[in-house]
Design a protein around this ligand. Structure first.
Ligand code: PMP
Length: 445
């Protein structure tokens, strides 16, 4: 790895200065601006396998994977060829095309055991969760929804309430029991009830009191957006009980879908949701989201039913081709999941011992190819709630992050995010990462 010393970031810094003149904060999605870790974002010129090349020509070992989609690694030949092939036939039709059918058939084939019989494609995870909630409200005739503190489901108004991800790290977090963003009316936010992740008693109590008003409970089946949090069996049981109130259970698999297994976190953990939402991997690096479930529910969506939802670019042929190539590759090589898990487990072990040697308190959560190392003094695997995650020392993390980046390892630029391992991460990358991590912890210790 080349070492991207600050003076070697001249091109990125120049681009960032120009970007700030024409785009709010210089970025098109907040966490990219490095607000919580300091320093300037690297502009990326290209990406291949496990590596990014920044605009200054330095190579960076990538643990963001575009925040999840790039499970096969960047610029994967099968995905590139699928997109190139589709490109020859035009980029958008505004009429049905075969690739939409092929990708929908693939998703149904892979997730039928979860009850998925119909799937509708949209263009982002945000659209997927927004649409699934509209469907749940349309089917049940109820107005309220429940989400969990620190879970993130995209930036639709009703979901920007006690939300995770960038909301946990931007300077404008507005505080307790309130919208997480300006511009979300309190009246609208009031329709979103907030409960605590991994607190089955709190969810049971809320459902006892208000279950009859609640259209849906939406949740991250493994949380990535408060850092990684793994659901306890008791909490999963409480989630399944919400159905006793006629409430629909929506598993937001935007991050975990096709990542934690071919059947996502739901398949891995034995969750049986009524509706699922997807994004990221399902589009293979192009803008795709989707929602799906039983026919009896999904047929309420227009034009079959009265719940309206549409999109000019939905089912875009290039995006469908990229998603289909990605899912087909994952299906053809199921051993990839074992490989990803092994890598991430070895990374977790290496980080634990490196931190311990340096005397830096760290608590690692890892499941499959998702991992967060919380800078706090707690047993590994014991961070289960948003409140516990929030106790982390974000400034120690920031210093560690900057040291890793100076050494050419591009970790997620926030304490409250997951990193994502790809199939292109191998022994070389593991050793590079752990060497860098040992130095970064030693600098902190
Ligand atoms: N749900 C979850 C669980 C997510 O992690 C994200 C994005 N990180 C979203 C929804 C929103 O997806 P998008 O950014 O594609 O709108």
């Amino acid at each position: 790895l080349s070492q991207p010393a600050p003076e070697r970031l001249a091109v990125s810094e120049g681009l960032f200065a120009r970007a700030r003149q024409v785009t709010p904060g210089g970025v098109n999605s907040p966490v990219r601006a490095f607000g919580s870790v300091g320093g300037h974002p690297h502009f990326i010129a290209s990406a291949d396998g496990a590596y990014l090349t920044n605009a200054d020509g330095a190579r960076l070992l990538d643990y963001i994977g575009s925040w999840g989609p790039m499970i096969l690694g960047h610029n994967h030949p099968a995905v590139r060829e699928a997109i190139t092939g589709a490109l020859q036939g035009g980029t958008s039709f505004g009429a049905p095309n075969e690739r939409e059918v092929l990708l929908a058939e693939k998703v149904v084939e892979l997730t039928r055991e979860l009850g998925v019989e119909r799937v509708r494609f949209v263009n982002s995870g945000t659209e997927a969760t927004m649409s699934a909630l509209r469907l749940a409200r349309g089917v049940t005739g109820r107005s309220h929804i429940v989400k969990f503190r620190g879970n993130y489901h995209g930036h639709a108004d009703g979901l920007l309430v006690e939300a995770g991800s960038g909301l946990l790290t931007t300077a404008h977090h507005l505080g307790e029991a309130a919208p997480s963003s300006a511009g979300v009316p309190q009246e609208y936010a009031a329709l979103t009830l907030v409960s605590e992740y991994n607190d089955p008693a709190a969810l049971d109590a809320l459902m006892q009191e208000r279950g009859h008003e609640i259209a849906a409970v939406i949740f991250e089946p493994v949380v990535g957006n408060s850092g990684v949090l793994i659901p306890t069996p008791d909490f999963l049981a409480a989630l399944h009980r919400v159905r006793e109130h006629g409430t629909l259970l929506i598993a937001d698999e935007v991050m975990t879908g096709f990542r934690l297994s071919l059947q996502g976190a739901s398949g891995l953990l034995g969750i049986q949701p009524d509706l699922l939402t997807w994004g990221k991997i399902i589009g293979g690096g192009l803008p795709v989201g989707a929602y799906g479930g039983r026919a009896e529910l999904m047929e309420h969506v227009s034009p079959s039913g009265p719940v309206y939802q549409a999109g000019t670019l939905s089912g875009n042929p290039l995006a469908m081709a990229a998603g289909l190539a990605t899912l087909s590759e994952l299906q053809a090589r199921p051993e990839l999941y074992t490989q990803l898990d092994r890598y991430a487990a070895a990374l977790a072990d290496g980080l634990k011992s490196a931190a311990q040697e340096a005397g830096v308190p760290v608590s690692v959560n890892q499941i499959g190819s998702m991992l967060t190392a919380f800078h706090q003094d707690a047993p590994h695997g014991s961070v289960q709630t948003y409140q516990q995650a929030a106790r982390s020392d974000a400034s120690a993390f920031a210093a560690w992050f900057r040291s890793m980046l100076r050494q050419g390892v591009y970790w997620a630029p926030s304490q409250f995010e997951s990193i994502f391992v790809s199939a292109a991460h191998g022994d070389t990358e593991l050793n590079l990462t752990l060497d860098a991590a040992r130095r970064a912890y030693a600098e902190l210790g």
